[in-house]
Write a protein that binds this ligand. Structure first.
Ligand code: F6R
Length: 245
């Protein structure tokens, strides 16, 4: 893993957007894996600005999102589908047919998950996967204890995730308890991975996944074995790292 520590969240976003931009410029039909949540918002803003300046064409890019809450329809304001349009897709020239996200309303979850995996394979696999990390060390919604060889599946959200994500909902009770997520192994198969973490509340998880053992208790720790992962941290998120980077 290559670890980059930036002074601020703003600098982190610029660096992350630069990596995404260069990947698209090198391969206009890039298969891009994207995340939701608070962390990538700044990077998405940067990408929108670069696109508006005429410097980035998304017309051939395919996007596969990591996860979606079970039971939220695509037009639900807290669904991740809605999030993606509101925070990125409405402002770039993505071909909507090239945007994929798990369907939180699917009636046959197992079949859906298998087909989502197949779609990724058919697209040639994920070229660049953008990730955030949960305070419990999750990537996607692969909570502590998820097998490291897992593939796209239905998962139960951990209590800490429900609490953290309740900031996007009116009441904590409204946060769905289940989600569909790309598996740990599916994420690991991305050719290149870019994990972003910002803020002191991520410092513990960051130190554990970078410097601790590879364990299903911290699913991000699998990235220690990945051949091409870049981690960009701001100084607050890097606070508990012992090594020099
Ligand atoms: C989101 C996702 C999650 C988040 C993580 C961090 O699609 O898969 O793993 O990246 O929960 O969330 P934030 O960025 O809100 O702290």
């Amino acid at each position: 893993m290559k670890i980059l520590i930036k002074k601020t969240y703003e600098e982190l976003n610029k660096e992350a957007a630069k990596i995404v931009k260069e990947a698209i410029q090198a391969k206009p039909n890039l298969v891009l894996g994207l995340a939701t949540g608070g962390t990538p918002l700044g990077c998405y803003q940067e990408l929108i600005q670069i696109h508006k300046a005429g410097k980035l064409d998304f017309s051939k890019v395919a996007i596969f999102n990591l996860d979606e809450y079970l039971g939220l329809s695509t037009d639900h304001p807290q669904s991740y589908n809605y999030f993606m349009y509101e925070n990125l897709l409405d402002y770039i020239n993505i071909n909507r047919e090239n945007f994929h996200i798990p369907d939180g309303m699917t009636k046959n979850i197992e079949k859906f998950c298998q087909e989502y995996e197949e779609k990724i394979q058919k697209a040639g696999g994920i070229d660049l996967q953008l990730l955030g990390i949960g305070r419990d060390g999750h990537v996607g919604f692969n909570e502590p204890g998820t097998p490291l060889d897992s593939r796209t599946q239905l998962v139960k959200l951990a209590e800490s995730t429900i609490k953290d994500n309740s900031r996007f909902f009116e009441r904590k009770e409204d946060v769905p308890r289940f989600a569909i997520t790309l598996g740990v192994q599916t994420i690991f198969e991305a050719k290149k991975i870019l994990l972003l973490a910002s803020g002191e509340n991520k410092a513990d998880a960051v130190a554990k996944f970078i410097e601790g053992p590879i364990t299903p208790q911290i699913t991000a720790s699998i990235l220690q074995k990945h051949p091409d992962t870049i981690v960009i941290l701001d100084e607050a998120a890097a606070l508990k790292l012992k090594g020099k980077y």
